[in-house]
Design a protein around this ligand. Structure first.
Ligand SMILES: Cc1ncc(C[n+]2csc(CCOP(=O)(O)OP(=O)(O)O)c2C)c(N)n1
Length: 278
């Protein structure tokens, strides 16, 4: 994208709040930029688009964006977003959340929002760690990684979050990385356009807490790792299990149709509640 175009996007969609809190090399700016590009690509009305976040480095994105935003409580972005969407179903509601925010403290809300198939778009910034509080392991931290809460390596197995979302009932599930920015923009746009619960996992680098503790190198090195370990879901169809060992899939991983919650709710109100309880 040309620099003039970028400047226009920044002027329109970001609040001038420099300096931001993100560390040098953090991928959160790339992911937030991808959300903005997806919104712009779809031509969404800025006054009818709401950004809701929880708590964490990634959740700070809501404060930098020039929309109606809610920076809610840790793990509670989805209940807040559900309330916003149910009260005004015409709004586009985008949830910005971290791996800890959405799958640890907010894990229960995550599976139930997916199960309801409410039309929210969740962009999960997966840096594999609790960044804001200094590098504790999360449910998405790979086994045996070092974290401040696992000095000898974590014994826990991480969730495959797209599989979790799909099993819980999400009707659009995708993954991309900070390195694969074009794809990230594209799958976020598809998720927003999808009429149901959509989960987009954005794999991103945290060089300061995750990278340093695990000797993963600086930000460019971590992004090269993303480049070398992600396989597009279409390309993967032609690959053998041996070729796919140690890799992860990117692209649209699941898409299905199911009744959307707010529409069902409105129908229920019209068909029953407005006639009065029997
Ligand atoms: C109820 C509650 N518990 C704990 C915290 C402390 N806390 C703030 S952010 C955070 C983890 C954030 O990790 P993640 O969601 O992965 O986001 P990141 O900072 O990595 O983007 C925790 C435990 C809090 N703010 N509120």
């Amino acid at each position: 994208m040309a620099i003039e175009q970028m400047e226009k996007l920044v002027e329109k969609y970001f609040r001038p709040r420099l300096p931001h809190i993100w560390c040098p090399g953090c991928g959160n700016g790339i992911v937030t930029g991808a959300i903005v590009k997806a919104i712009d690509k779809l031509g969404l009305n800025q006054d009818e688009t709401v950004i809701v976040s929880g708590i964490g480095c990634s959740s700070r994105a809501s404060g930098y964006l020039n929309f109606d935003t809610v920076h809610s409580a840790h793990g509670r972005a989805l209940p807040v977003a559900t309330g916003v969407k149910l009260s005004e179903p015409r709004l586009n509601v985008i949830v910005v959340t971290g791996d800890g925010d959405s799958t640890a403290i907010g894990g229960n809300h995550f599976i139930h929002a997916a199960r309801r198939n409410i039309n929210l778009t969740v962009v999960l910034y997966n840096n594999n760690i609790y960044g804001m509080t200094g590098g504790q392991y999360s449910p998405l931290t790979p086994s045996h990684s070092i974290a401040t809460t696992a000095p000898y390596g974590t014994l826990e197995r991480p969730f495959d979050v797209p599989e979790l979302a799909k099993a819980a009932g999400a009707t659009f599930v995708a993954r991309s990385t900070a390195f694969h920015t074009q794809l990230l923009v594209d799958v976020i746009a598809q998720g927003i356009a999808h009429d149901g619960f959509s989960l987009i996992e954005a794999v991103t680098q945290c060089p300061i807490y995750n990278g340093r503790q695990n000797k993963l190198g600086d930000a460019p090195t971590m992004m090269k790792w993303q480049r070398d370990h992600a396989v597009n879901v279409e390309a993967a169809k032609k690959m053998t299990p041996e070729q796919l060992a140690g890799k992860f899939l990117i692209g649209v991983l699941h898409k299905s149709e199911a009744p959307e919650y707010t529409k069902q709710y409105d129908d229920l109100v019209i068909a029953n509640a407005q006639k009065g309880a029997k």
